[in-house]
Unconditional design. Structure first.
Length: 405
C-alpha cells in the first residue's frame, strides 16, 4: 500500500540530506587541509634548519666552499635517503654523459675499463676502429699512468685518472701500459690514444661451425640495428643454432630491448611493469615472423636489468636454455627525470616480470645448466682461439644447442 508524503516533510528530508552532505564534505576537506598544513609545516622546519646550518657554516667554515660540490652533495643526499639502491642524482655534466652513452655514440679513448684490484686501470674491451685498437691495446692491459702521472699518485687516485678520459674530441692522452703474457712475463710500453667520436659497438657475432655466436654488451639506441644486422648475416651464412652471450651486460634502455627481441619472438606481450597505482605491458614485440631454432643464453652474476629480461623472454617464449651462473637480480625499473638547470634524478618506479619469471628482484635468473668459469680464466682478456678450450660456459652452451636439434 502506498502512502503519500507531504510537501513539507519532503523539503525537510532534502534539507537534512544537504546538511549531512555538507558536514561530510567539510570534514573531509578539513582532514585534507590539516594533512597538507602538517606537511607544509614539516617542510618549513626542514628548510629553516637547512638555512640555519648554511648561515652558520658560511660564517665560520675555515675554507672556501665549492658551491657546485655542495649542491651536488645536497641533491645526492636526498636521493640516498630514499633507501633505493638504484636511485641516483646526476649533475648536468653526468646527465649529459649518460644520455650520450644511451644514444650509442661516444666520445672517448676507444676502450672500456674498470678498476684493477691494486688500484690501477684495467682495459676490459677495445672498440673496433678506434685509435686504441690501431695502437695495439688489448683487453686485459693495465694502465699504470695517464699523461705521465702514476694512477695512484693522483690526489683522488683511480677516479681522478679515469676522469681524464672524459675530454673533448681530438684530445691526445698518453698511457703507460703493463701487459702480462701467458708465461707471466710483463712488458711495459707507452701509447698515445686520441679521444674520438664513434658508434659504440654493442653487438658482435661470428660463426662457430654452424652456430651463430652473438655477444651483446649493452642495450643502447644503436643495439637493435646492430643486432638485426648480425642475426641476419649469420643466419644467411648457414647458422642453424644460436648462442647469445650476455655475460657482464648490465642492461640499458627498454626500447632497445624491445627492438632486439622484435627480431626473434613474433607478436607477444613480453614484459609487464607494476607501478605504484597501475600495471602496463612494458615490452610488446610485433614482428610477424619468429626465429625458430635451438637457442642458448650465457649469463653470469653481472648480467642485469634489460639483459636479464632478454634471457627470461627467450627462455619463456622461445625455449632457450640458460647456461652459466645466476644473474644479478635487478627486477625493477627506473625513470630518469630531468631537472631545471640540466641535472636529473633517477628513481625506481616499478617492478618487472615476464610471463614465468615472477618476482626475481634480488634473486636473479637461475640457469638451466649451472656452469662456472675456472678461477684463472679472465673473461675480459680471453681470445677467440682460447674460448673454445678455456671458456667452460661457452663450451657447455655449444653442447646444449647441439643436443636440442
Amino acid at each position: 500500500m502506498n502512502k503519500k508524503i507531504s510537501l513539507g516533510i519532503t523539503i525537510g528530508l532534502m534539507a537534512l540530506a544537504a546538511a549531512v552532505t555538507f558536514i561530510i564534505t567539510y570534514n573531509y576537506s578539513l582532514n585534507v587541509f590539516n594533512e597538507k598544513v602538517k606537511s607544509v609545516s614539516e617542510k618549513e622546519s626542514i628548510y629553516t634548519q637547512l638555512s640555519e646550518m648554511d648561515k652558520y657554516v658560511r660564517a665560520n667554515f675555515f675554507a672556501d666552499i665549492d658551491e657546485d660540490m655542495l649542491i651536488n652533495s645536497l641533491m645526492s643526499g636526498y636521493v640516498n635517503g630514499l633507501d633505493d639502491r638504484f636511485a641516483q642524482y646526476y649533475s648536468p655534466e653526468e646527465y649529459a654523459a649518460q644520455m650520450q652513452r644511451q644514444s650509442g655514440i661516444t666520445v672517448g679513448p676507444g676502450f672500456s675499463w674498470d678498476k684493477e684490484e691494486s688500484g690501477y686501470i684495467r682495459i676490459t674491451e677495445v672498440t673496433k676502429g678506434s685509435s686504441a685498437e690501431s695502437e695495439g691495446l688489448m683487453a686485459g692491459d693495465i694502465i699504470t699512468a695517464v699523461n705521465n702521472t702514476d694512477v695512484i699518485a693522483y690526489e683522488k687516485g683511480y677516479d681522478e685518472a679515469v676522469s681524464l678520459f672524459n675530454c673533448d674530441e681530438g684530445t691526445k692522452i698518453k698511457l703507460h701500459i703493463k701487459r702480462t703474457n701467458e708465461d707471466g712475463i710483463s712488458e711495459f710500453f707507452t701509447v698515445d690514444v686520441v679521444s674520438e667520436k664513434m658508434e659504440i659497438i654493442s653487438v658482435e657475432g661470428r660463426l662457430i661451425e654452424n652456430t651463430a655466436y652473438i655477444k651483446i654488451t649493452t642495450f643502447n639506441e644503436k643495439t637493435p640495428d646492430q643486432f638485426r644486422s648480425e642475426l641476419k648475416r649469420l643466419i644467411g651464412e648457414g647458422a642453424d643454432t644460436i648462442i647469445f652471450d650476455l655475460r657482464n651486460n648490465s642492461g640499458g634502455i627498454t626500447d632497445s630491448l624491445q627492438g632486439a627481441l622484435d627480431c626473434i619472438l613474433g607478436e607477444k606481450d613480453v614484459v609487464t611493469a607494476y607501478f605504484k597505482d597501475s600495471t602496463e605491458v612494458l615490452v610488446h614485440t610485433t614482428e610477424a615472423e619468429q626465429v625458430k631454432m635451438p637457442m642458448a643464453v650465457i649469463v653470469n652474476g653481472n648480467t642485469a636489468s634489460s639483459a636479464e629480461l632478454f634471457a627470461f623472454a627467450l627462455r619463456d617464449e622461445a625455449g632457450a636454455q640458460i647456461v652459466g651462473t645466476a644473474t644479478y637480480g635487478k627486477g625493477v625499473m627506473q625513470f630518469t627525470h630531468k631537472l631545471t638547470g640540466g641535472a636529473a634524478v633517477k628513481i625506481t618506479v616499478a617492478t618487472l616480470q615476464t610471463k614465468n619469471s615472477g618476482d626475481y628482484n634480488g634473486t636473479g635468473l637461475k640457469p638451466n645448466f649451472e656452469v662456472a668459469l675456472p678461477a684463472e680464466v679472465d673473461l675480459a682478456a680471453i681470445t677467440e682461439e682460447r674460448q673454445l678450450t678455456d671458456d667452460t660456459q661457452l663450451i657447455k652452451a655449444i653442447e646444449v644447442v647441439s643436443t636440442i636439434k
